[in-house]
Write a protein of this length. Structure first.
Length: 441
């Protein structure tokens, strides 16, 4: 093929792309939404017990999702007052206006939820806009730039005003293109969500086995019967004030693990690191791993980890910022804001279950220093008293739970790959750079 023909073919291809982009109409977001509703601009009075009425806060909205695990609860009367403008329904897109600014999530539940402060709700007009397409549009560079453009400076934190939220522009293709893009990106998010649900169940299984074996003492004995119920030998433990299986002992955590064993030295060989800070870890999940040159790394990037280590944030232990490390990258480095626990005399599966119990969290919380910024010293971790089973029981527990931990890690790895794929595709799909008109779904 001649160079002229190749050039003409390329120009035709580029022209087709331009034509595809031109078919996307730029519209005001208020023209394609049935409603755009701000929150009630004061804090709802909450109750200290669970009810069916849940308040969404800015911290619950992240990465396209709305987390209902850590919500605040209110009474029915308060719920009625705070939903007088609108009751969120499936498909509504929620945007954070402040602290942080620009996070979005989509409502996927019929639970009785309502907006806390600094949130705004967008309800797509179904005749004009696919609600999931609206979600991905608000995550796109085109709309995120608008959010940053309208960002104002408040007395303490950056924010975006409600009137400015009504001025957003959105690029709208025809409904078939919207549906295809929503299905492509949505199928990736659905798989990630499935992996998260599976991992939640697997974590519950591991904790249930831990409780059955080491709290209720109903592990299988040599005859395959549950130990305590079958009348196996128990003996009195003075430290715990109760009977425990014969041969089990009480030890301090510092006798069983190494604390902050490894750190970066002058001989460290990697020029770039994968850095984990406190904000990227939440209740057993690694939300973010940042690749940065070592010379640009923050001064807190010092601690090194290996497979089976457990990270625990020393700050605000009630937030449960802990993580199990499974086959880390060789250049993974974590903040000195973490304590790194390395198993020496017990399996790492047993260690992780032991230091994520309510009892352990309470130990840290009770011994934290400072009211505004409570923090725990590394030696406080070491002073925790643990019941240590026999080696045989520990090995049998590890045989079961290490398989669960591996499956959890595999699911997380798959989700990380899918997240990267979604984040790569999203700007190209939402700009029309990738033409999906011929894609069959």
């Amino acid at each position: 093929m001649s160079s002229d023909k190749r050039s003409n073919k390329l120009l035709i291809h580029l022209d087709e792309k331009k034509i595809a982009c031109l078919k996307w109409e730029e519209m005001s977001i208020s023209d394609v939404c049935d409603s755009i509703v701000d929150c009630v601009n004061k804090t709802a009075p909450t109750v200290d017990y669970a009810t069916q009425y849940k308040m969404i806060r800015t911290t619950n909205v992240k990465n396209g999702n709305i987390d209902l695990e850590s919500v605040k609860y209110v009474s029915e009367d308060v719920y009625k007052v705070w939903t007088r403008r609108s009751t969120p329904q499936i498909g509504d897109v929620i945007l954070t206006r402040e602290a942080p600014i620009g996070e979005v999530g989509i409502v996927k539940t019929e639970d009785k939820i309502f907006l806390g402060q600094r949130l705004i709700q967008f309800r797509a007009n179904p005749k004009m806009l696919n609600s999931r397409f609206l979600l991905y549009s608000m995550k796109s560079p085109f709309m995120q730039r608008q959010i940053q453009l309208y960002e104002g400076t408040g007395s303490t934190v950056s924010h975006i005003r409600v009137p400015d939220c009504l001025k957003f522009k959105i690029r709208v293709p025809d409904s078939s293109i919207q549906n295809k893009i929503a299905n492509i990106l949505g199928s990736i998010d659905d798989k990630i969500e499935l992996n998260n649900r599976m991992n939640k169940v697997l974590e519950q299984m591991a904790q249930a086995i831990f409780k059955q074996w080491f709290v209720d003492f109903e592990f299988p004995n040599e005859n395959g019967e549950t130990y305590k119920s079958s009348g196996s030998v128990m003996e009195w433990c003075e430290e715990l004030g109760k009977e425990i299986p014969k041969g089990w002992t009480i030890k301090y955590l510092k006798e069983l693990v190494a604390i902050n064993e490894r750190s970066i030295t002058k001989s460290y060989s990697f020029e770039s690191i994968k850095y984990v800070d406190i904000s990227s870890v939440d209740n057993g999940k690694l939300q973010r791993l940042e690749s940065i040159p070592l010379e640009s790394a923050p001064s807190r990037a010092k601690r090194l980890t290996r497979h089976g280590d457990v990270l625990w944030s020393t700050v605000r232990p009630n937030r449960k910022s802990y993580l199990y490390i499974h086959n880390p990258d060789p250049n993974m480095v974590v903040s000195t804001g973490f304590v790194v626990l390395t198993s020496k005399l017990i399996p790492s599966s047993f260690l992780y279950c032991s230091v994520t119990t309510d009892e352990f969290v309470q130990h840290l919380t009770n011994n934290a220093e400072g009211s505004a910024y409570p923090a725990v010293r590394p030696e406080t971790f070491g002073r925790f008293e643990m019941l240590v089973p026999s080696t045989d029981v520990l090995e049998r527990f590890d045989d079961i739970v290490s398989v669960i931990r591996k499956r959890i890690a595999n699911n997380e790895q798959e989700s990380n790959v899918l997240s990267e794929l979604r984040d790569t595709l999203l700007p190209k799909l939402m700009s029309g750079e990738i033409d999906v008109s011929q894609v069959e779904l």
